[in-house]
Design a protein around this ligand. Structure first.
Ligand code: BEZ
Ligand code: FE
Length: 290
């Protein structure tokens, strides 16, 4: 293949890739090449602009560390994460909706018993969270594993904090629901937060005159045999940024009342001398089709 020009280059690349043995890889690469070339044609992309694009992608890669995943931020802020989540989790009516995973989950979160305080001493307004994991028929799903993670009351995750020891965790836990599907734990109210915006994705948002903020939320990942894994959040009703989430993750069905209470007695019957909040939220898992 010689003398390729703007009209013949796309087919030349497709032909070169056509002998890839993995059919799915072939399909994905064919589509990717077609769309990338169409994008360059449609925008009449200049060399200087593509050089900037490569500089940007290089910076996205260079800022990545085990706790800073700029490519996830890029995918999230471009809406690609929400698109991929939505098209892979079409569920029967009544199932809890999934939303973006985000970059702040860790694999080695600590395990806690039900009822534990998972905040690890974070300052903030006490929050008592509970609910039941159910199946699509409304029956409790026993013994599901729930992973929970959250920002603190200033909007930071533990992994974002400088000087943190690798094995010290705040506001994250792995819990097991009981035989009746019930889960409950204590923590603190998380605040809204900006996604990390001191890198290339932040610069991109700035150039687009977009803000980096996410509405306050609590992350859950729920795993149970015979059910689809659920990755989701619970958002705070009437919270800020619900209609302009930087990563397009809000779904109405995931917004709940975080109920305020006066000092007095907490849900465990203990005296509490400050105001506190509670959240009741049930999850409905999608059965795996057999
Ligand atoms: C999060 O909710 O933790 C998150 C999601 C997407 C980008 C940044 C943070
Ligand atoms: Fe989050």
């Amino acid at each position: 293949m010689r003398n390729l020009d703007e009209h013949t280059i796309t087919q030349a690349v497709l032909t070169r890739n056509a002998s890839a043995p993995d059919p799915r890889l072939r399909e994905i690469m064919t589509s990717l090449v077609q769309h990338l070339h169409a994008f360059a044609r449609e925008t009449k992309l200049t060399e200087a602009e593509w050089e900037k694009g490569i500089e940007f992608l290089t910076a996205v890669g260079q800022i990545c560390t085990p706790t800073r995943q700029e490519f996830i931020l890029l995918s999230d802020t471009l809406g690609l994460s929400t698109l991929v989540t939505a098209q892979n989790h079409k569920k029967p009516e009544g199932c809890t909706e999934a939303t973006v995973f985000g970059p702040f989950h860790v694999l080695d979160a600590p395990r806690f018993d039900l009822g534990a305080d998972i905040s690890a001493g974070l300052p903030g307004v006490p929050w008592f969270v509970r609910g039941t994991v159910r199946d699509i028929d409304g029956n409790p799903v026993p013994n599901a594993t729930l992973e929970v993670w959250q920002a603190d009351d200033a909007g930071f995750y533990d992994v974002q904090k400088a000087g943190r020891a690798a094995n010290s965790f705040e506001g994250r836990a792995i819990l097991q629901a009981d035989s009746e599907g019930r889960y409950h734990f204590k923590t603190i109210i998380p605040d809204c937060y900006p996604i990390p915006h001191d890198g290339p994705v932040g610069k991109m948002l700035e150039a687009l005159e977009r803000h980096p903020w996410r509405p306050a939320h609590l992350h859950f990942m729920i795993i149970s045999p015979n059910h689809e894994r659920l990755v989701t959040h619970v958002f705070r009703e009437h919270g800020e940024y619900l209609d302009s989430d930087a990563v397009f993750g809000v779904r109405s069905s995931l917004i709940a009342d975080w109920v305020a209470h006066d000092a007095g007695t907490d849900p465990y019957g203990q005296a509490i001398d400050t105001p506190w909040f509670s959240l009741d939220f049930d999850f409905v898992l999608n059965p795996i089709a057999r």
